[in-house]
Design a protein around this ligand. Structure first.
Ligand code: KG4
Ligand code: ZN
Length: 353
């Protein structure tokens, strides 16, 4: 059995999976409500909450299951330093007590491998296939917007990344401005879905025109601060200093324009990477990969091109320890030995091109 601990940001997770990757335990304590009053995650509060939640959650695991754990993994980067430290120290203590090897795992690789987890809806009926290499991985979350070429579990090449805001960060900031709170992605999607000018493959033809960022940049990078400014300008009725906001009945249309523009910008770069690298399997992972507009447009484009696109189950998009237990299992199966590690808040798994 493979047990993993995830505390890189504001979710505390402990999960255990078996040799087929089927989950035997999946515990997740969300801190979202705790951070809501502050309009975003407060690092010190998150770290303290992990410290108090971890031992309580570990105690909830059945002793018979714990006695079957052969390997332990913990997210050791990237993430908030205090949060990572809480998980890493706890995991090292547990590994010593259980006398099992402990692996420091990369959170971003966890997201990148999550589309290949057994589908929870399948309830263990089929054995998951081998992860196919090479493939392209788009990771879109609150802190990251990155495109990787994945040649092996431990060989990711960073093809492109955002110069400034991540997609989730953009959505969270627009949500805060329009008064829909934190985190914003899900509520903004719900509103945008009510806009009649949004097509089934997430194209928008309505009153708001937004610039598609980095369309002609000639590389595989992204940028969302210019788009954020453009949306804020519309939301503030054309005057950046104005306190008066666009009337609420126009929000669905503006948000539909925003999602269509974001999805277009993501697809342009992914399509370019598909052609440049001649790779026809693309995955999309991270919290923003829950988004239906991305799924609809990418699936429509892949069908048109004859490519394959793969997403994690929605329950495995936001931060969770299930994906880290799966990553641990993949590491052990690939014959990778545990190595000494510490928390590393800036650990990017992708080698530069
Ligand atoms: O992967 P994640 O849990 O955290 C990071 O590692 O960053 O992603 C959280 C992000 C937030 O920015 C949130 O607004 C976004 O995922 N998100 C969504 C949706 N649900 C959550 N974005 C777009 N559409 C959604 N339905
Ligand atoms: Zn994440």
């Amino acid at each position: 059995m493979f047990a993993a601990i995830e505390t890189s940001f504001d979710e505390t997770g402990i999960s255990i999976c078996d040799g087929d990757g089927q989950l035997a335990a999946s515990l997740l304590a969300s801190q979202v409500e705790r951070h809501k009053p502050y309009g975003g995650c407060v690092p010190e509060l998150a770290a303290r909450t992990h410290l108090s939640d971890l031992p309580q959650m570990w105690k909830k695991l059945h002793p018979d299951l714990v006695s079957q754990v052969t390997h332990l993994g913990v997210t050791s980067g990237p993430g908030l330093p205090g949060c990572l430290l809480a998980g890493v120290n706890f995991a090292k203590g547990v590994a010593r007590a259980l006398r099992v090897p402990v692996y420091g795992l990369n959170h971003l690789t966890g997201h990148v491998m999550s589309p290949f987890m057994p589908d929870p809806a399948d309830r263990g009926v089929t054995t998951p296939p081998e992860v196919p290499y090479p493939h392209l991985a788009l990771l879109v979350s609150g802190g990251h917007t990155e495109l990787f070429k994945v040649d092996a579990l431990d060989r990711l090449t960073l093809l492109g990344q955002t110069h400034d805001d991540a997609v989730g960060e953009l959505l969270d900031k627009i949500s805060a401005l329009l008064g829909y709170g934190y985190p914003g992605g899900a509520v903004l999607e719900k509103l945008a879905r009510t806009c009649p000018q949004m097509t089934a493959d997430a194209r928008y033809d309505g009153e708001f025109k937004l610039p598609v960022p980095m369309r002609g940049s000639g590389d595989l990078n992204f940028s969302y601060s210019g788009l954020k400014t453009a949306v804020i300008r519309v939301a503030r009725m054309g005057d950046m200093t104005s306190e008066e906001l666009l009337p609420a009945e126009k929000h669905p249309s503006l948000l539909a324009a925003l999602f269509a523009t974001v999805v277009e910008s993501l697809w342009i770069k992914v399509n370019r990477a598909v052609e440049e690298h001649n790779i026809d399997l693309v995955t999309v992972s991270g919290g923003v990969a829950i988004n239906g507009f991305i799924r609809e447009r990418f699936t429509a484009e892949a069908n048109r091109k004859g490519n394959a696109v793969r997403f994690p189950a929605p329950v495995h998009c936001l931060d969770n320890a299930d994906m880290m237990a799966w990553l641990l299992r993949l590491n052990v199966e690939a014959g990778i030995d545990p190595a000494p590690f510490d928390a590393d808040s800036n650990w990017n798994p992708g080698l530069p091109v």
